[in-house]
Structure formats: C-alpha cells, structure tokens
Design a protein around this ligand. Structure first.
Ligand SMILES: Cc1cc2nc3c(=O)[nH]c(=O)nc-3n(C[C@H](O)[C@H](O)[C@H](O)COP(=O)(O)OP(=O)(O)OC[C@H]3O[C@@H](n4cnc5c(N)ncnc54)[C@H](O)[C@@H]3O)c2cc1C
Length: 405
C-alpha cells in the first residue's frame, strides 16, 4: 500500500525543511520530507552560512531581509536555536578602472536597501579601517557595511527547522531516496522511493544538483551544473583580534570569510581555478593542496596578518549553478502540482526561511504573498532574456566571484 501525503518534499536541506515548516504554519500538516541521507548532508551541511543582505535586485534583497529577521529571532519564529551571531558584514566590489561605475551603483543599492528595510551603510576606506583596524583598503574606494547581518550554524538551523516542521505535523524521513517523480498526463501524483511509493498531489523538489536527473525523467529540463567549491578553516595569528572579524564578502580581494569558533576563520575564494564542474555523486570532498595558500593570499590583500594564519582543515561542497546564478523557484512548466526550489548557485542558505514561506504560500494560496516569485520562474531560460541583469545597478565584476549579486 502506498503512503499518502498532501505534499511531498524531496530533499532535507534548508530549503526542504523550510518549505515543510512553512506549510505546517499555514495549516498543511500532512507533509512528508524525504532525505536520502541525513538532514543537511548536502550543501546545507557544508555552507559558510554567511547571511549577506547585499543584493542589487529587490526580490533577492527582500528574501534575504525576511530570512535574516527569522534567523535573528529564531526562538520566536521557529523555536530552538540556529546559532545566529550578529557579526556585521562587509561587502566590497572592485571600484578601479572599468569597475569605477560600481561606486555609484553601490550608493543606489544602499538606497534600495533602505526602501526594503535593510540597514546598509556605505563606508569610506578610512571608516572601514576605523571599524576593522587590521584591514588595508588601498584597492577600494568604498565598502558596504551591514551592521545587522551575521552568520548561523547551518546544520543546527536545518535540524531545528526540521524539528519545528515535525512539531507542526510533518514527517521527516531520512535515509529514504526518491527514485522517481510519478506523473500521469500533465499532473504529478507522488514519488517512488527506496522505501515504497508516496502518493501526493503536490511535490516540491529541493534536492540541489541531484534534482536534475529526477526532473529530466519527467520532461522538466533545468539548466543546472554542479560546481565543486572549497572552504578552509584557518587558525588566526595572535596579532588578529581574538574576537575575530566581521563577516566579509570581499569580491575586490576575492574571498569570503566568517568567524568559525574561537580564533578560527572559515574562508573561501571567489571563482577561478578552485571552482570546477563535477558529478554531484563523484567529486573530491577534500580541499586541494594549493587551496589553503590561495585563501591566505586572497585574505592577506585585505588583512595582511592572515598571511601567517595556519590552515587547519577544509572541505569541498557543491553549488547548484544556474546560467544567471539566480535560483529557480515555483511551478515546473507542464506538470501541475510539481514545484521547484533549486539552482541556488552558492547563495541559498541566507534566503532559505523566506523561500520556504513563499513556496508554501504558493501551494496554499495559489501564489506567494510575501515576495513575487515570478522573476525566478524556470521559463526565463527558454530565450535569451535570462542574460539581462536583474537591475541596472548590478555590479560590473572584472573577476569571477562565482555568483552575481
Ligand atoms: C562551500 C559552500 C559555501 C557556501 N556558502 C554560503 C554562504 O555563505 N551563504 C549562503 O547563503 N549560501 C552559501 N552556500 C550555498 C548554500 O549552502 C546552499 O544554497 C543551500 O544550502 C542549498 O540548500 P538546499 O536545501 O537547496 O540544498 P542541499 O542542502 O544540498 O539539500 C539537498 C538535499 O537533497 C538530498 N537529496 C538529493 N537527492 C535526493 C533524492 N533523490 N531523494 C531524497 N533526497 C535527496 C541531499 O542529500 C541533500 O541533503 C554555500 C555552499 C557551499 C557548498
């Protein structure tokens, strides 16, 4: 006999458990989350979980802002603890040569942030050195400072969100792999799993790069590549503050970093030779020998003392990259009842709670009420329109940082 649910969610990362939780909040309790390994076994367990608000387009800035509010007040919204730490966030973009146009854009982006409720201050190099005396700023004309932003413990947040969904009635089943999406005519009617079929009129696919073959088998083609990306944990030298640094997404120097426990920093580099396209089930999860030195080189452009940091360990994970680096959210064309939450392109964790809420609203009310998800629809890839920037203030990046803002 088949199991039955009102909604099946494929994938137990932050997206899957957020959709499940939001559904239970809206009164849909007959939800089952199917995770083939353990919760947060994919990108959600390997992420840096930096909660940057800095987007140059309104929809993603708003998703990041709503999510930050939830991370900040986790006990109230979700219950439990996600390990939120308000570190503050510094975002830099190159401002020299052809990229000088970014300064004006940054000011307009900060004004847009104010309109959507994000506190972003544009700081001069002197002001940045006042905030973080250990940085050098010769290469930038300005930086964006988000005093309210921070970081979370991504595994704790995913687990805690799943527990909240379970309290609301959702069944969280790990160790159960979805082997096929079942479609009759133009309607989804459930999934096949390693533990038998589950009938459901709605199926949400939130399985990162692993979603691609499942969807292709029912005629839904998603242009997603699995990109291997590395992060390392470094022990900071004594001259760096024991309390650590703000979180950085430093596209000018080419790194991102956050505090990772006492005297430790987690960091990665943007784009380039350390990002390679792989098979999501067959890639090297260790860091390359050259990766640690590359992280130290990039970080020491901004924080010279980090040239003397010690690389302790690291890992590689997967970004589910779309061609425009924006996610794919909402209905799968041609298959009624099938919903997509994928293609987060290395920047999904910070938006997870809001995306879960929006998708749940779509299932319950027919369309998302919190944020209009239309720009994220899969159909944008049917012609060349996806190549257009999502706002006129999208930054010009002369170096690849892995994703657009
Ligand atoms: C190194 C790294 C650093 C990052 N840093 C940041 C950051 O600082 N800030 C940020 O916002 N984002 C960051 N990201 C991106 C962020 O982690 C992801 O966008 C986010 O975690 C995606 O969540 P998800 O639930 O969509 O996918 P995942 O967490 O990958 O979850 C998908 C789940 O589906 C399961 N699954 C796969 N196939 C099946 C199947 N057939 N049946 C059942 N289950 C299945 C997998 O096991 C997995 O657990 C980073 C990612 C990486 C890899």
């Amino acid at each position: 006999m088949s199991e039955h649910a009102e909604v099946v969610v494929v994938g137990g990362g932050i997206m899957g458990v957020s959709v499940a939780h939001a559904l239970t909040q809206l009164g849909v309790r007959d939800v089952v989350v199917l995770e083939r390994r353990t919760l947060a076994a994919g990108a959600s367990g390997k992420t840096g979980a930096l909660l940057r608000q800095h987007y140059t387009n309104v929809p993603e800035a708003t998703l990041a802002r709503i999510s930050l509010e939830i991370f900040q007040h986790w006990a109230e919204y979700i219950g439990g603890d996600c390990g939120f730490q308000q570190t503050g966030m510094i975002v830099t973009v190159s401002t020299s040569g052809a990229d000088a146009v970014n300064i004006e854009k940054m000011h307009r982006v900060a004004a847009m942030h104010q309109r959507v409720g994000i506190r972003t201050h544009i700081v001069s190099p002197e002001e940045l050195r006042g905030l973080q005396p250990f940085v050098i700023t010769d290469d930038i004309a300005a930086a964006a400072w988000e005093p309210d932003s921070g970081v979370v413990d991504a595994v704790a947040a995913t687990r805690s969100m799943a527990e909240a969904a379970a309290r609301g009635g959702a069944r969280i089943r790990d160790g159960v792999e979805v082997t096929a999406i079942r479609v009759v005519g133009d309607r989804v009617f459930g999934v096949d799993t390693s533990d038998g079929p589950v009938d459901a009129p709605s199926v949400v696919v939130a399985a990162g790069s692993w979603s691609v073959p499942l969807l292709a088998a029912v005629g839904v083609v998603v242009p997603i590549e699995a990109l291997r990306v590395q992060v390392a944990v470094l022990n900071r030298p004594f001259s760096m503050p024991a309390t650590g640094t703000m979180s950085y997404v430093d596209t000018a120097a080419g790194f991102f970093c956050r505090n990772w426990g006492p005297n430790r920093t987690l960091a990665g580099v943007g784009g380039g030779e350390f990002h390679d396209v792989v098979e999501p089930d067959d890639y090297d999860e260790r860091i390359d020998p050259a990766f640690g030195p590359a992280v130290k080189r990039a970080m020491s452009i901004r924080m010279p003392a980090m040239a003397d940091a010690t690389v302790l360990y690291g890992h590689a994970g997967i970004y589910d990259m779309t061609p425009d680096t924006h996610p794919v959210l909402g209905a799968a064309p041609g298959v009624a009842g099938l919903l997509l939450a994928l293609g987060f392109s290395g920047a999904g964790f910070k938006k997870g709670p809001a995306i879960g809420r929006c998708l749940a609203e779509g299932i319950v009310h027919g369309r998302s009420q919190s944020v209009d998800l239309t720009p994220f629809r899969l159909e944008r890839f049917e012609d060349d329109s996806w190549r257009r920037p999502w706002s006129e203030d999208e930054y010009s990046f002369s170096t690849d940082f892995g994703h657009r803002f």
